[in-house]
Write a protein that binds this ligand. Structure first.
Ligand SMILES: Nc1ncnc2c1ncn2[C@@H]1O[C@H](COP(=O)(O)OP(=O)(O)OP(=O)(O)O)[C@@H](O)[C@H]1O
Length: 519
Protein backbone atom coordinates (compact mmCIF):
# COMPACT_ATOMS: atom_id res chain seq x y z
CA UNK A 1 0.00 0.00 0.00
CA UNK A 2 0.96 3.65 -0.37
CA UNK A 3 3.29 4.12 2.58
CA UNK A 4 3.17 7.92 2.41
CA UNK A 5 -0.44 7.83 3.55
CA UNK A 6 -1.96 6.56 6.77
CA UNK A 7 -4.44 3.74 6.36
CA UNK A 8 -7.34 5.97 7.39
CA UNK A 9 -6.33 8.55 4.80
CA UNK A 10 -6.14 5.83 2.14
CA UNK A 11 -9.57 4.56 3.14
CA UNK A 12 -11.17 7.99 3.10
CA UNK A 13 -9.69 8.79 -0.30
CA UNK A 14 -10.89 5.46 -1.65
CA UNK A 15 -14.38 6.05 -0.28
CA UNK A 16 -14.48 9.33 -2.23
CA UNK A 17 -13.27 7.63 -5.41
CA UNK A 18 -15.86 4.87 -5.04
CA UNK A 19 -18.65 7.45 -4.70
CA UNK A 20 -17.39 9.29 -7.79
CA UNK A 21 -17.38 6.23 -10.07
CA UNK A 22 -20.63 5.29 -11.73
CA UNK A 23 -19.75 1.74 -12.74
CA UNK A 24 -20.53 -0.87 -10.11
CA UNK A 25 -17.68 -3.07 -11.37
CA UNK A 26 -15.18 -0.24 -10.97
CA UNK A 27 -16.37 0.46 -7.46
CA UNK A 28 -16.04 -3.20 -6.47
CA UNK A 29 -12.62 -3.39 -8.12
CA UNK A 30 -11.33 -0.37 -6.19
CA UNK A 31 -12.49 -1.74 -2.85
CA UNK A 32 -11.24 -5.27 -3.57
CA UNK A 33 -7.79 -3.85 -4.44
CA UNK A 34 -7.55 -2.06 -1.14
CA UNK A 35 -8.75 -5.05 0.88
CA UNK A 36 -6.21 -7.25 -0.89
CA UNK A 37 -3.38 -4.86 0.06
CA UNK A 38 -4.22 -4.57 3.76
CA UNK A 39 -3.48 -7.27 6.22
CA UNK A 40 -5.05 -8.98 9.20
CA UNK A 41 -7.21 -6.89 11.44
CA UNK A 42 -7.07 -3.83 9.17
CA UNK A 43 -8.82 -5.73 6.35
CA UNK A 44 -11.92 -6.38 8.43
CA UNK A 45 -11.88 -2.87 9.85
CA UNK A 46 -11.60 -1.35 6.37
CA UNK A 47 -14.52 -3.45 5.07
CA UNK A 48 -16.62 -2.52 8.07
CA UNK A 49 -15.90 1.23 7.98
CA UNK A 50 -16.43 1.37 4.21
CA UNK A 51 -19.79 -0.36 4.73
CA UNK A 52 -20.53 2.37 7.29
CA UNK A 53 -20.49 0.04 10.29
CA UNK A 54 -18.50 0.37 13.50
CA UNK A 55 -17.75 -3.18 14.72
CA UNK A 56 -18.44 -2.14 18.32
CA UNK A 57 -21.92 -0.94 17.28
CA UNK A 58 -23.22 2.49 18.12
CA UNK A 59 -20.83 4.81 19.89
CA UNK A 60 -23.53 7.17 21.13
CA UNK A 61 -22.38 10.41 19.49
CA UNK A 62 -24.98 12.93 18.27
CA UNK A 63 -24.98 15.52 15.45
CA UNK A 64 -24.21 18.48 17.75
CA UNK A 65 -21.14 16.73 19.15
CA UNK A 66 -19.95 15.82 15.66
CA UNK A 67 -20.38 19.42 14.50
CA UNK A 68 -18.21 20.59 17.39
CA UNK A 69 -15.55 17.98 16.61
CA UNK A 70 -15.48 18.96 12.96
CA UNK A 71 -14.68 22.48 14.12
CA UNK A 72 -11.29 21.33 15.49
CA UNK A 73 -8.22 22.34 13.51
CA UNK A 74 -7.37 19.45 11.17
CA UNK A 75 -3.85 18.17 10.49
CA UNK A 76 -2.33 18.48 7.01
CA UNK A 77 -0.84 15.01 6.86
CA UNK A 78 -2.96 12.12 8.16
CA UNK A 79 -1.33 9.65 10.49
CA UNK A 80 -4.22 7.68 11.94
CA UNK A 81 -4.40 3.97 11.32
CA UNK A 82 -7.55 1.89 11.32
CA UNK A 83 -6.32 0.23 14.50
CA UNK A 84 -6.17 3.69 16.14
CA UNK A 85 -9.83 4.17 15.29
CA UNK A 86 -10.74 0.74 16.54
CA UNK A 87 -9.00 1.35 19.86
CA UNK A 88 -10.75 4.69 20.29
CA UNK A 89 -14.19 3.20 19.61
CA UNK A 90 -13.50 0.37 22.06
CA UNK A 91 -12.35 2.89 24.68
CA UNK A 92 -15.43 5.07 24.11
CA UNK A 93 -17.68 2.14 24.88
CA UNK A 94 -15.67 1.13 27.93
CA UNK A 95 -15.92 4.46 29.79
CA UNK A 96 -18.65 4.44 32.38
CA UNK A 97 -19.61 6.09 35.62
CA UNK A 98 -18.50 9.41 37.09
CA UNK A 99 -16.54 11.58 34.67
CA UNK A 100 -17.52 9.43 31.69
CA UNK A 101 -18.67 12.45 29.67
CA UNK A 102 -15.34 14.21 30.11
CA UNK A 103 -13.39 11.08 29.29
CA UNK A 104 -15.44 10.52 26.15
CA UNK A 105 -14.83 14.12 25.10
CA UNK A 106 -11.09 13.72 25.61
CA UNK A 107 -11.03 10.54 23.52
CA UNK A 108 -13.01 12.09 20.69
CA UNK A 109 -10.95 15.29 20.69
CA UNK A 110 -7.79 13.18 20.60
CA UNK A 111 -9.06 11.41 17.52
CA UNK A 112 -10.34 14.41 15.58
CA UNK A 113 -7.26 16.51 16.38
CA UNK A 114 -5.12 13.95 14.58
CA UNK A 115 -7.38 13.79 11.53
CA UNK A 116 -7.24 15.65 8.22
CA UNK A 117 -10.28 17.67 7.11
CA UNK A 118 -11.52 14.79 4.92
CA UNK A 119 -10.94 12.27 7.68
CA UNK A 120 -12.90 14.42 10.12
CA UNK A 121 -15.81 14.49 7.66
CA UNK A 122 -15.66 10.72 7.19
CA UNK A 123 -15.42 10.01 10.93
CA UNK A 124 -18.40 12.23 11.65
CA UNK A 125 -20.56 10.49 9.05
CA UNK A 126 -19.40 7.08 10.25
CA UNK A 127 -20.28 7.83 13.87
CA UNK A 128 -23.68 9.26 12.93
CA UNK A 129 -24.48 6.17 10.86
CA UNK A 130 -24.77 8.24 7.69
CA UNK A 131 -22.43 5.98 5.72
CA UNK A 132 -24.52 2.89 6.40
CA UNK A 133 -26.39 2.31 3.18
CA UNK A 134 -27.57 -1.02 1.85
CA UNK A 135 -26.14 -0.31 -1.59
CA UNK A 136 -22.65 0.44 -0.29
CA UNK A 137 -22.73 -2.55 2.01
CA UNK A 138 -23.54 -4.75 -1.00
CA UNK A 139 -20.54 -3.36 -2.90
CA UNK A 140 -18.19 -3.95 0.00
CA UNK A 141 -19.38 -7.53 0.41
CA UNK A 142 -18.84 -8.22 -3.29
CA UNK A 143 -15.38 -6.76 -2.97
CA UNK A 144 -14.67 -9.04 0.00
CA UNK A 145 -15.81 -12.01 -2.09
CA UNK A 146 -13.54 -10.96 -4.92
CA UNK A 147 -10.51 -10.28 -2.73
CA UNK A 148 -10.95 -13.60 -0.88
CA UNK A 149 -11.82 -15.55 -4.07
CA UNK A 150 -15.27 -16.63 -2.82
CA UNK A 151 -18.82 -16.83 -4.15
CA UNK A 152 -20.43 -13.37 -3.56
CA UNK A 153 -23.75 -15.04 -2.71
CA UNK A 154 -22.15 -16.84 0.22
CA UNK A 155 -20.72 -13.59 1.56
CA UNK A 156 -24.01 -11.74 1.08
CA UNK A 157 -25.91 -14.44 2.94
CA UNK A 158 -23.46 -14.44 5.85
CA UNK A 159 -23.88 -10.67 6.15
CA UNK A 160 -27.63 -10.92 5.97
CA UNK A 161 -27.65 -13.37 8.87
CA UNK A 162 -24.97 -11.81 11.06
CA UNK A 163 -25.37 -8.12 10.15
CA UNK A 164 -21.69 -7.72 10.95
CA UNK A 165 -19.42 -6.77 8.00
CA UNK A 166 -16.24 -7.06 10.10
CA UNK A 167 -17.04 -10.59 11.21
CA UNK A 168 -18.01 -11.68 7.69
CA UNK A 169 -14.78 -10.25 6.26
CA UNK A 170 -12.66 -11.91 8.93
CA UNK A 171 -14.40 -15.24 8.35
CA UNK A 172 -14.10 -14.95 4.55
CA UNK A 173 -10.33 -14.46 4.77
CA UNK A 174 -9.65 -16.84 7.68
CA UNK A 175 -11.88 -19.85 7.13
CA UNK A 176 -13.35 -19.25 3.67
CA UNK A 177 -16.54 -20.83 2.35
CA UNK A 178 -16.84 -23.37 5.19
CA UNK A 179 -16.62 -20.60 7.79
CA UNK A 180 -19.20 -18.47 6.00
CA UNK A 181 -21.62 -21.38 5.72
CA UNK A 182 -21.37 -21.93 9.46
CA UNK A 183 -22.59 -18.39 10.20
CA UNK A 184 -26.20 -18.81 11.27
CA UNK A 185 -28.82 -16.46 12.54
CA UNK A 186 -28.00 -15.05 15.92
CA UNK A 187 -30.89 -14.65 18.27
CA UNK A 188 -31.34 -11.07 19.49
CA UNK A 189 -29.53 -9.69 16.47
CA UNK A 190 -32.25 -8.63 14.01
CA UNK A 191 -31.82 -9.30 10.30
CA UNK A 192 -32.96 -6.95 7.57
CA UNK A 193 -36.64 -7.31 6.72
CA UNK A 194 -37.80 -8.62 3.36
CA UNK A 195 -39.44 -5.84 1.37
CA UNK A 196 -42.18 -5.56 -1.22
CA UNK A 197 -42.49 -4.02 -4.66
CA UNK A 198 -45.55 -2.01 -5.58
CA UNK A 199 -47.97 -3.55 -8.07
CA UNK A 200 -50.03 -1.23 -10.23
CA UNK A 201 -53.25 -2.98 -9.20
CA UNK A 202 -54.61 -6.44 -8.47
CA UNK A 203 -54.55 -7.55 -12.14
CA UNK A 204 -50.92 -6.50 -12.44
CA UNK A 205 -50.09 -8.49 -9.29
CA UNK A 206 -51.93 -11.59 -10.53
CA UNK A 207 -50.17 -11.35 -13.90
CA UNK A 208 -46.86 -11.40 -12.08
CA UNK A 209 -47.76 -14.01 -9.43
CA UNK A 210 -50.52 -16.19 -10.89
CA UNK A 211 -51.01 -18.37 -7.77
CA UNK A 212 -50.16 -16.11 -4.83
CA UNK A 213 -51.02 -16.13 -1.19
CA UNK A 214 -52.86 -12.93 -0.33
CA UNK A 215 -52.64 -11.16 3.01
CA UNK A 216 -54.12 -7.99 4.45
CA UNK A 217 -51.63 -5.12 4.32
CA UNK A 218 -51.92 -3.52 7.73
CA UNK A 219 -50.84 0.05 8.25
CA UNK A 220 -48.77 -0.11 11.39
CA UNK A 221 -45.13 -0.62 12.31
CA UNK A 222 -43.01 -3.54 11.19
CA UNK A 223 -41.65 -5.69 14.02
CA UNK A 224 -39.19 -8.54 14.20
CA UNK A 225 -39.55 -10.61 17.34
CA UNK A 226 -36.84 -12.88 18.75
CA UNK A 227 -37.50 -15.37 21.52
CA UNK A 228 -35.21 -17.72 23.44
CA UNK A 229 -36.90 -19.53 26.31
CA UNK A 230 -38.81 -16.91 28.24
CA UNK A 231 -36.80 -14.03 26.87
CA UNK A 232 -38.44 -12.01 24.11
CA UNK A 233 -37.14 -8.89 22.37
CA UNK A 234 -38.82 -6.81 19.73
CA UNK A 235 -37.01 -4.84 17.01
CA UNK A 236 -38.21 -2.09 14.69
CA UNK A 237 -37.79 -2.10 10.93
CA UNK A 238 -34.49 -0.26 11.45
CA UNK A 239 -33.26 -2.93 13.84
CA UNK A 240 -33.67 -0.83 17.00
CA UNK A 241 -34.89 -2.58 20.09
CA UNK A 242 -38.39 -1.43 21.07
CA UNK A 243 -39.41 -4.21 23.49
CA UNK A 244 -40.31 -1.85 26.33
CA UNK A 245 -42.74 0.10 24.13
CA UNK A 246 -44.77 -2.95 23.14
CA UNK A 247 -45.31 -5.14 26.23
CA UNK A 248 -48.25 -6.81 24.49
CA UNK A 249 -45.81 -8.70 22.25
CA UNK A 250 -43.59 -10.34 24.92
CA UNK A 251 -46.77 -11.24 26.81
CA UNK A 252 -48.10 -13.01 23.74
CA UNK A 253 -44.86 -14.67 22.63
CA UNK A 254 -43.01 -15.62 25.85
CA UNK A 255 -45.41 -18.40 26.93
CA UNK A 256 -45.40 -20.14 23.51
CA UNK A 257 -44.08 -23.71 23.90
CA UNK A 258 -41.02 -23.44 21.59
CA UNK A 259 -37.39 -23.04 22.58
CA UNK A 260 -36.72 -20.25 20.11
CA UNK A 261 -38.54 -18.20 17.53
CA UNK A 262 -37.89 -15.36 15.07
CA UNK A 263 -41.05 -13.77 13.70
CA UNK A 264 -41.85 -10.99 11.27
CA UNK A 265 -45.04 -9.00 11.59
CA UNK A 266 -46.86 -5.72 11.93
CA UNK A 267 -48.13 -4.04 15.08
CA UNK A 268 -50.92 -1.48 15.16
CA UNK A 269 -53.60 0.01 17.36
CA UNK A 270 -57.14 -1.21 16.72
CA UNK A 271 -60.29 0.54 17.83
CA UNK A 272 -62.87 -1.25 19.97
CA UNK A 273 -64.77 -2.20 16.81
CA UNK A 274 -61.65 -3.86 15.34
CA UNK A 275 -60.96 -1.19 12.73
CA UNK A 276 -57.44 0.26 12.64
CA UNK A 277 -56.62 3.65 14.11
CA UNK A 278 -54.81 5.98 11.66
CA UNK A 279 -51.09 5.26 11.34
CA UNK A 280 -50.13 8.40 13.30
CA UNK A 281 -52.20 7.18 16.24
CA UNK A 282 -50.55 3.74 16.23
CA UNK A 283 -47.17 5.51 16.15
CA UNK A 284 -48.01 7.31 19.40
CA UNK A 285 -47.50 3.94 21.10
CA UNK A 286 -44.69 2.51 19.02
CA UNK A 287 -41.23 3.72 19.96
CA UNK A 288 -42.53 5.31 23.16
CA UNK A 289 -40.36 5.00 26.28
CA UNK A 290 -42.36 6.68 29.04
CA UNK A 291 -45.84 6.37 30.32
CA UNK A 292 -46.41 3.10 28.55
CA UNK A 293 -48.76 1.58 31.12
CA UNK A 294 -51.15 4.56 30.95
CA UNK A 295 -51.09 4.82 27.18
CA UNK A 296 -51.50 1.08 26.84
CA UNK A 297 -54.88 1.20 28.58
CA UNK A 298 -56.02 3.94 26.21
CA UNK A 299 -54.43 2.59 23.03
CA UNK A 300 -53.77 -1.15 23.15
CA UNK A 301 -51.59 -2.61 20.39
CA UNK A 302 -52.28 -5.76 18.43
CA UNK A 303 -49.59 -7.74 16.63
CA UNK A 304 -50.20 -9.73 13.47
CA UNK A 305 -47.47 -12.04 12.20
CA UNK A 306 -46.92 -12.98 8.59
CA UNK A 307 -43.56 -14.76 8.58
CA UNK A 308 -41.48 -17.16 10.60
CA UNK A 309 -37.72 -17.04 10.07
CA UNK A 310 -36.69 -19.52 12.75
CA UNK A 311 -38.69 -21.93 14.87
CA UNK A 312 -37.55 -24.32 17.57
CA UNK A 313 -33.94 -24.58 16.45
CA UNK A 314 -34.72 -24.75 12.71
CA UNK A 315 -33.67 -21.89 10.46
CA UNK A 316 -36.49 -21.46 7.94
CA UNK A 317 -35.03 -18.62 5.92
CA UNK A 318 -34.55 -20.78 2.81
CA UNK A 319 -37.77 -22.73 3.23
CA UNK A 320 -40.67 -21.81 0.90
CA UNK A 321 -43.10 -19.22 2.24
CA UNK A 322 -45.93 -21.78 2.52
CA UNK A 323 -43.80 -23.83 4.92
CA UNK A 324 -42.82 -20.79 6.96
CA UNK A 325 -46.44 -19.76 7.28
CA UNK A 326 -47.31 -23.34 8.27
CA UNK A 327 -44.83 -23.08 11.15
CA UNK A 328 -46.36 -19.75 12.14
CA UNK A 329 -49.89 -21.17 12.14
CA UNK A 330 -48.72 -24.01 14.34
CA UNK A 331 -47.17 -21.90 17.09
CA UNK A 332 -49.33 -18.77 17.19
CA UNK A 333 -52.91 -18.33 18.29
CA UNK A 334 -55.27 -17.53 15.42
CA UNK A 335 -55.77 -13.93 16.54
CA UNK A 336 -52.05 -13.18 16.02
CA UNK A 337 -51.98 -14.42 12.41
CA UNK A 338 -52.33 -12.01 9.52
CA UNK A 339 -55.64 -12.51 7.67
CA UNK A 340 -54.64 -14.58 4.68
CA UNK A 341 -56.13 -16.43 1.69
CA UNK A 342 -54.97 -18.53 -1.23
CA UNK A 343 -57.59 -17.46 -3.79
CA UNK A 344 -58.80 -19.97 -6.34
CA UNK A 345 -59.44 -17.28 -8.96
CA UNK A 346 -59.23 -13.53 -9.66
CA UNK A 347 -62.80 -12.93 -8.45
CA UNK A 348 -61.97 -14.39 -5.06
CA UNK A 349 -58.83 -12.27 -4.91
CA UNK A 350 -60.88 -9.15 -5.62
CA UNK A 351 -63.34 -9.96 -2.85
CA UNK A 352 -60.40 -10.35 -0.46
CA UNK A 353 -58.98 -6.95 -1.49
CA UNK A 354 -62.37 -5.35 -1.00
CA UNK A 355 -62.70 -6.99 2.38
CA UNK A 356 -59.33 -5.57 3.45
CA UNK A 357 -60.26 -2.06 2.30
CA UNK A 358 -63.75 -2.26 3.83
CA UNK A 359 -62.14 -3.21 7.16
CA UNK A 360 -60.13 0.04 6.97
CA UNK A 361 -56.79 -1.48 5.93
CA UNK A 362 -54.36 -0.11 3.41
CA UNK A 363 -54.62 -2.86 0.81
CA UNK A 364 -53.25 -6.36 0.39
CA UNK A 365 -49.99 -8.14 -0.25
CA UNK A 366 -49.57 -10.87 -2.86
CA UNK A 367 -46.77 -13.28 -2.02
CA UNK A 368 -45.07 -16.09 -3.89
CA UNK A 369 -45.76 -19.22 -1.80
CA UNK A 370 -42.51 -20.82 -3.00
CA UNK A 371 -40.16 -17.93 -2.28
CA UNK A 372 -37.52 -18.06 0.46
CA UNK A 373 -37.25 -15.17 2.93
CA UNK A 374 -35.07 -12.67 1.06
CA UNK A 375 -33.81 -10.48 3.88
CA UNK A 376 -33.12 -6.90 2.87
CA UNK A 377 -34.29 -7.48 -0.70
CA UNK A 378 -37.17 -5.74 -2.47
CA UNK A 379 -38.28 -8.25 -5.09
CA UNK A 380 -41.29 -9.43 -7.06
CA UNK A 381 -41.90 -12.23 -4.54
CA UNK A 382 -43.85 -9.77 -2.42
CA UNK A 383 -46.13 -7.32 -4.18
CA UNK A 384 -48.13 -4.63 -2.43
CA UNK A 385 -51.47 -3.55 -3.81
CA UNK A 386 -52.74 -0.19 -2.59
CA UNK A 387 -55.43 1.89 -4.27
CA UNK A 388 -53.69 5.30 -4.07
CA UNK A 389 -50.34 6.37 -5.51
CA UNK A 390 -47.81 7.16 -2.85
CA UNK A 391 -44.09 7.77 -2.85
CA UNK A 392 -41.69 7.91 0.06
CA UNK A 393 -39.71 11.11 -0.54
CA UNK A 394 -37.03 12.94 1.38
CA UNK A 395 -37.43 16.45 2.79
CA UNK A 396 -34.67 18.64 1.34
CA UNK A 397 -35.88 21.97 2.78
CA UNK A 398 -38.91 23.48 4.46
CA UNK A 399 -40.46 26.95 4.43
CA UNK A 400 -41.77 28.81 7.44
CA UNK A 401 -45.55 29.06 7.13
CA UNK A 402 -47.57 32.23 7.05
CA UNK A 403 -50.65 33.41 9.00
CA UNK A 404 -51.86 30.70 11.33
CA UNK A 405 -48.91 28.53 10.38
CA UNK A 406 -46.21 31.16 10.94
CA UNK A 407 -44.71 29.34 13.94
CA UNK A 408 -44.33 26.15 11.97
CA UNK A 409 -42.10 24.83 9.22
CA UNK A 410 -44.79 24.05 6.70
CA UNK A 411 -44.15 23.83 2.94
CA UNK A 412 -41.85 20.86 2.32
CA UNK A 413 -39.41 20.58 -0.57
CA UNK A 414 -39.45 16.95 -1.63
CA UNK A 415 -36.87 14.88 -3.45
CA UNK A 416 -36.54 11.35 -4.79
CA UNK A 417 -33.30 9.50 -4.21
CA UNK A 418 -30.84 9.61 -7.08
CA UNK A 419 -29.04 6.25 -7.20
CA UNK A 420 -25.96 8.10 -8.48
CA UNK A 421 -25.94 10.11 -5.22
CA UNK A 422 -28.03 12.96 -3.81
CA UNK A 423 -31.68 13.72 -4.40
CA UNK A 424 -33.82 15.11 -7.23
CA UNK A 425 -36.47 17.59 -6.21
CA UNK A 426 -39.98 16.77 -7.45
CA UNK A 427 -42.10 19.45 -5.86
CA UNK A 428 -43.34 21.09 -2.69
CA UNK A 429 -46.36 20.62 -0.51
CA UNK A 430 -47.91 21.90 2.70
CA UNK A 431 -51.15 19.95 2.24
CA UNK A 432 -52.34 17.13 4.48
CA UNK A 433 -50.45 18.34 7.55
CA UNK A 434 -52.38 18.38 10.84
CA UNK A 435 -51.30 20.71 13.68
CA UNK A 436 -49.71 17.73 15.45
CA UNK A 437 -47.74 16.86 12.31
CA UNK A 438 -46.67 20.51 11.89
CA UNK A 439 -45.41 20.57 15.46
CA UNK A 440 -43.56 17.32 14.99
CA UNK A 441 -41.91 18.28 11.72
CA UNK A 442 -40.94 21.75 12.94
CA UNK A 443 -39.08 20.19 15.83
CA UNK A 444 -37.45 17.47 13.77
CA UNK A 445 -36.54 19.60 10.78
CA UNK A 446 -35.08 22.35 12.98
CA UNK A 447 -32.65 19.76 14.33
CA UNK A 448 -31.62 18.91 10.76
CA UNK A 449 -31.20 22.52 9.58
CA UNK A 450 -27.97 23.31 7.72
CA UNK A 451 -28.65 26.70 6.12
CA UNK A 452 -31.28 29.43 6.04
CA UNK A 453 -32.26 31.48 3.01
CA UNK A 454 -35.14 33.87 3.74
CA UNK A 455 -38.14 31.74 4.63
CA UNK A 456 -36.46 28.56 3.45
CA UNK A 457 -34.60 26.28 5.85
CA UNK A 458 -32.36 23.78 4.10
CA UNK A 459 -32.00 20.54 6.01
CA UNK A 460 -29.87 17.44 6.02
CA UNK A 461 -31.80 15.07 3.71
CA UNK A 462 -32.84 12.54 6.35
CA UNK A 463 -36.55 12.83 7.01
CA UNK A 464 -38.71 10.56 4.84
CA UNK A 465 -42.35 11.48 4.22
CA UNK A 466 -45.03 9.47 2.50
CA UNK A 467 -46.64 11.60 -0.17
CA UNK A 468 -49.93 10.86 -1.90
CA UNK A 469 -50.47 12.50 -5.29
CA UNK A 470 -52.82 12.38 -8.24
CA UNK A 471 -50.38 12.31 -11.10
CA UNK A 472 -46.93 13.15 -12.35
CA UNK A 473 -46.30 15.80 -14.96
CA UNK A 474 -43.23 16.69 -16.92
CA UNK A 475 -41.62 19.87 -15.68
CA UNK A 476 -38.59 21.79 -16.90
CA UNK A 477 -38.38 23.44 -13.46
CA UNK A 478 -37.05 20.40 -11.63
CA UNK A 479 -33.79 18.53 -12.31
CA UNK A 480 -35.47 15.15 -12.86
CA UNK A 481 -37.84 16.73 -15.42
CA UNK A 482 -40.87 15.58 -13.42
CA UNK A 483 -43.15 17.17 -10.85
CA UNK A 484 -45.91 15.89 -8.57
CA UNK A 485 -49.47 17.14 -9.05
CA UNK A 486 -51.73 17.60 -6.06
CA UNK A 487 -49.19 16.24 -3.62
CA UNK A 488 -50.20 15.90 0.02
CA UNK A 489 -48.40 14.50 3.05
CA UNK A 490 -49.87 11.23 4.27
CA UNK A 491 -47.46 10.74 7.09
CA UNK A 492 -43.93 11.16 8.33
CA UNK A 493 -41.82 8.03 8.12
CA UNK A 494 -39.24 8.29 10.93
CA UNK A 495 -39.02 4.49 10.68
CA UNK A 496 -37.26 4.82 7.31
CA UNK A 497 -33.80 6.10 6.42
CA UNK A 498 -33.28 8.33 3.41
CA UNK A 499 -31.59 5.48 1.57
CA UNK A 500 -34.87 3.56 1.79
CA UNK A 501 -36.85 6.34 0.13
CA UNK A 502 -38.13 5.85 -3.43
CA UNK A 503 -35.64 6.62 -6.15
CA UNK A 504 -36.02 8.62 -9.33
CA UNK A 505 -36.12 5.41 -11.43
CA UNK A 506 -39.32 4.35 -9.61
CA UNK A 507 -40.82 7.79 -10.24
CA UNK A 508 -39.90 7.64 -13.93
CA UNK A 509 -41.40 4.15 -14.24
CA UNK A 510 -44.65 5.45 -12.70
CA UNK A 511 -44.68 8.33 -15.17
CA UNK A 512 -44.19 5.96 -18.12
CA UNK A 513 -47.07 3.78 -16.91
CA UNK A 514 -49.24 6.85 -16.46
CA UNK A 515 -48.56 7.92 -20.06
CA UNK A 516 -49.21 4.39 -21.34
CA UNK A 517 -52.53 4.26 -19.42
CA UNK A 518 -53.74 7.58 -20.76
CA UNK A 519 -52.84 6.98 -24.40
N1 LIG B 1 -49.06 -8.85 5.33
C1 LIG B 1 -47.96 -8.11 5.26
N2 LIG B 1 -46.81 -8.63 4.77
C2 LIG B 1 -45.69 -7.89 4.67
N3 LIG B 1 -45.63 -6.60 5.03
C3 LIG B 1 -46.74 -6.03 5.53
C4 LIG B 1 -47.94 -6.76 5.67
N4 LIG B 1 -48.88 -5.92 6.20
C5 LIG B 1 -48.27 -4.74 6.37
N5 LIG B 1 -46.99 -4.77 5.97
C6 LIG B 1 -46.08 -3.61 5.97
O1 LIG B 1 -45.92 -3.24 4.63
C7 LIG B 1 -44.55 -3.10 4.31
C8 LIG B 1 -44.29 -3.73 2.97
O2 LIG B 1 -44.04 -2.78 2.02
P1 LIG B 1 -42.53 -2.32 1.77
O3 LIG B 1 -41.65 -3.47 1.90
O4 LIG B 1 -42.52 -1.62 0.49
O5 LIG B 1 -42.26 -1.37 2.98
P2 LIG B 1 -42.63 0.13 3.04
O6 LIG B 1 -41.74 0.85 2.09
O7 LIG B 1 -42.61 0.50 4.46
O8 LIG B 1 -44.08 0.12 2.45
P3 LIG B 1 -45.30 1.03 2.77
O9 LIG B 1 -44.77 2.42 2.80
O10 LIG B 1 -46.18 0.71 1.61
O11 LIG B 1 -45.80 0.53 4.09
C9 LIG B 1 -43.79 -3.84 5.37
O12 LIG B 1 -42.57 -3.18 5.67
C10 LIG B 1 -44.72 -3.90 6.55
O13 LIG B 1 -44.42 -2.88 7.48
Amino acid sequence: MDTSMSTLETLVRLSGEVAARSSRRDKIGLIADLLGRLDGHETELAASYLAGAIPQGRVGVGPAQVDALRGLVPVEQGRLTLDDLDRTFAALLAVKGVGAQTQRRVLLHGLFEQATRDEQGFLGRLMLGELRQGAVEGLVMEAVARAAGLDPELVRRALMLSGDPARVTRTAFDTGAAGLRAIGLELFRPILPMLAQPAEDLDDALACLPAPDLEFKLDGARVQVHKRGEEVRVYSRQGHEVTAAVPEIPELIAPLPVADLVLDGEVLALRADGRPHPFQTSMRRFGRRLDIARLRAELPLSAFFFDCIQCDGTLLIDAPARERFGALAEVLPERALIPRLRPSDAAEARVFLERALAAGHEGIMAKDPDAPYAAGARGRQWLKIKPTHTLDLVVLAAEWGSGRRSRWLSNLHLGARDPAGGFMMLGKTFKGLTDAMLNWQTEHLSALAVAREGQVVHVRPELVVEIAFNELQSSPRYPGGLALRFARVRRHRPDKNADQADDIATVRALFRRQIADSS
